[in-house]
Design a binder for this molecule. Structure first.
Ligand code: MN3
Length: 200
């Protein structure tokens, strides 16, 4: 079954001026579409075509012969997760179960923010910064290129894309400014809280 790109939950200009419509038109409309098209073309007519995207990612992660399927499939999944990790008028500090668990596992919300910023800023080259649940603890991890916490037994809660295509049109080389802006203004804590509830 072909993987369909999920619809954006907000218009392409809804994150302006923090992330421009121009960035989203390339990032959602070109980069993500290309990963999905490549993935669908690579699995079409193979036994993998009958499996879900998550199942194919798990099956191909450790198979060097299927690196193209893994890279495109994991990028398809990571980006769908990233679009939902953002929302206009997001950011701030989460309340409820998620807020309490962040304080419990990181010491404070500010310590959590510092750790997420540091992971996103120090990921060398292309990749992702994530809040994940591992066992019963929240932690921050970073992954390179198409790598995803799904293959490490971790449950993704929220993510920030730190590939240059995510920020270069708006922030050029200032990745830390993009990351701080996303954390302070755009993170979708409702999405994160749903993911935590489903993961616990
Ligand atoms: Mn991207």
């Amino acid at each position: 079954m072909a993987y369909q790109q999920p619809e954006l939950l907000y218009p392409e200009n809804a994150l302006e001026p923090l992330i421009s419509a121009r960035t989203l038109s390339f990032h959602y409309g070109k980069h993500h579409v290309a990963y999905i098209t490549n993935y669908n073309n690579l699995v079409a007519g193979t036994p993998l075509d009958n499996l879900s995207l998550e199942e194919v990612i798990a099956l191909t992660a450790a198979d060097p012969q299927k690196i193209g399927i893994f890279n495109n499939g994991a990028q398809a999944w990571n980006h769908s997760f990233y679009w939902n990790s953002l929302t206009p008028n997001g950011g701030g500090e989460p309340s409820g179960e998620l807020g309490a668990k962040i304080t419990q596992d990181f010491g404070s919300f500010d310590k959590f923010k510092d750790e997420l910023k540091s992971a996103a800023a120090t990921q060398f080259g292309s990749g992702w910064a994530w809040l994940v649940l591992e066992g019963d603890r929240l932690k921050i991890v970073k992954t390179s290129n198409a790598q995803t916490p799904l293959t490490s037994g971790q449950k993704p809660i929220i993510t920030i894309d730190v590939w240059e295509h995510a920020y270069y049109l708006d922030y050029q080389n200032r990745r830390p400014d993009y990351v701080a802006t996303v954390i302070d203004n755009l993170l979708n804590w409702e999405f994160a809280a749903e993911n935590l509830r489903a993961a616990l």
